[in-house]
Ligand binder design. Structure first.
Ligand SMILES: *Cc1c(COP(=O)(O)O)cnc(C)c1O
Length: 343
């Protein structure tokens, strides 16, 4: 399952590419996200796993969007919606195996399975899957993974004993799918891994995204000039400054100030002064930079450019957050790996 929540972790419309390259399911957090995928022509089996009780279940059923169910309240609302729409809702019962977040508490599981079976009998739901989500998969050898895997297996057993016949059993996300093959069952929900992030930090996956910006302005300044708001940075020598037209409004974290760099003509150059909403200033020194040169703000790192991992370190966060926050002002262009550096 290719997980394309949050605009595919900030990458844009990649569901079709994932489906063309072996994914058979699409995963999204909310029904509105899943509906946008349907509107964009994505017809593959699609699961949405977190919705309020008053979500638009009618639309999910009509558009054949599978929904995860973590509570009896949700199950009742979905069943009523199915009765109204006149076709069964495709559901995945979600067991909390240890996250204390979404998923049904283990105490509720047997009742949830029984109720789902009753609704299945009267034609309002079809239990397509059983799911769980591991809390500590980024530490693949942690004993907690064994405990949670066992809880999932037991939960499946309870469901089968209650007469349910789910065709999909899914527990693993990227980290577990990569490092714990015993958690893959019939389906793995792959988000971060698709985009080149191993949450366990063990596998060198190729980052999928390259963020570039053109040099919009160049100016020469003397030593001692203050740069940007509040003059957080002052030049220590005469130098040349390049302005790139992107900033925190496009997802660059302000917290990376003082550490962040970009790559221009294959050379790393520091961002100086504040990261503004719409622009950053790069100290290009005496390097021959011209208007229109393309700065690589982050990329796979194989040509010396900063990576999302670098940005995460500079800002004190994780790669997931860096790529997910990239805003809608940056246009997305899908390229193959070979085309990556073409203009
Ligand atoms: C986000 C999410 C995933 C994908 O996790 P990755 O670690 O990014 O692969 C899978 N399942 C659920 C329930 C999620 O919320």
């Amino acid at each position: 399952m290719a997980v394309v929540k949050a605009d595919a972790f900030g990458h844009g419309a990649v569901a079709e590419v994932a489906l063309a390259n072996g994914a058979t399911w699409i995963g999204a957090a909310s029904i509105p996200e899943a509906l946008r995928l349907r509107a964009a022509g994505i017809a593959a089996p699609t699961l949405s796993w977190l919705n309020p009780v008053e979500a638009d279940w009618d639309a999910a059923i009509t558009q054949r969007i599978d929904v995860a169910v973590s509570s009896l309240e949700h199950l009742h609302a979905i069943s009523q919606s199915a009765a109204r729409v006149g076709s069964p809702a495709r559901i995945h019962l979600h067991l909390d195996v240890g996250m204390s977040r979404d998923g049904a508490p283990r105490e509720l599981w047997a009742v949830l399975c029984e109720t789902a079976r009753a609704f299945e009998r009267n034609g309002n739901v079809a239990v397509v899957g059983i799911m769980g989500h591991l809390s500590c998969a980024d530490a693949p050898t942690a004993p907690q993974n064994d405990i949670e895997r066992l809880r999932f297996v037991n939960g499946v057993r309870v469901a089968l004993r209650r007469g349910l016949t789910p065709s999909e059993l899914h527990l693993a996300a990227s980290a577990a799918a990569l490092h714990r093959s015993d958690t893959r069952f019939t389906l793995a929900r792959i988000g971060a891994g698709l985009y080149g992030i191993d949450p366990a930090g063990r596998e060198q996956l190729a980052p999928a995204l390259t963020l570039t910006a053109p040099v919009a302005l160049l100016r020469e300044v003397r030593a001692g000039e203050g740069i940007g708001y509040t003059h957080d940075h002052r030049t220590t020598r005469a130098t040349t400054l390049a302005v790139l037209p992107l900033g925190y409004g496009d997802g660059l974290p302000r917290a990376a100030q003082g550490r962040a760099a970009v790559s221009i003509r294959g050379k790393r150059m520091p961002i100086v002064g504040r990261i503004s909403m719409d622009q950053v200033v790069v100290d290009v020194g005496c390097h021959p930079v011209q208007l229109g040169d393309i700065a690589v703000v982050m990329g796979p790192g194989d040509r010396g450019e900063p990576t999302a991992k670098d940005w995460a370190a500079w800002a004190g966060t994780i790669e997931h957050e860096i790529v997910t926050r990239l805003g809608t002002r940056s246009s997305r262009v899908l390229r193959t790996a070979d085309e990556r550096w073409a203009r």
